[in-house]
Design a protein around this ligand. Sequence first.
Ligand code: ZN
Ligand code: ZN
Length: 212
Amino acid sequence: MADYSQKVTSSFNERIRLIRLRRKKENLRFWDEFRIIPKWLVILVGILYLVAMTIAISVNHWNLRHNEANATIAPELVDFPVLEALVMAAAVTAISLCMATLIFLTAYVNRDAYRRGMNGALWTLLTLILIPETLIMGHVIYFLMREPLPYPCPQCSASVSARFNFCPNCKCNLQPSCSNCKREVAELDKFCPYCGNDLTPGRAELTPQPSL
Ligand SMILES: [Zn+2]
Ligand SMILES: [Zn+2]
């Protein structure tokens, strides 16, 4: 029984290691990733920012004109209306940046989860629930837990999930194993990490791993 649970643990660790290797290969670029956020949301956030700015500055000006200095953001600047407006604009910008970051991060989690074949609705809900208490803790959990992206099969370039053992299109072995000790290795490994067997000369020698 102990032997069995040990086997499960080591197989789980090997799977985690392979997923980590695959994630390292993803090489995501910030602006490419930003583009998966829907355009209408970016435009909407931009419009909301302009509206907030207009309202804040107008209200501030109205307060200035009616000499209600206490109600303005910086009472000591009451004689410098332009400076006053700039301080107001900076405050609105700072708050908007924080809110926009939260909105865009949540939208990214939503789109990215669907792209990775995960439950997008559930992850979006989790991040939203955690925002009032912990701000971006839900997003951090998502980035740690997310599945690797589907990648092109090395043989036929069909898109395959990182969890597949064989390509459903060409039956290419996606989880190659060491010909000596039969344990799973990554496609890029030059030597078997378990027994040191040289894997470079024969990719063809790699024996197919029976599916789990
Ligand atoms: Zn294939
Ligand atoms: Zn080996």
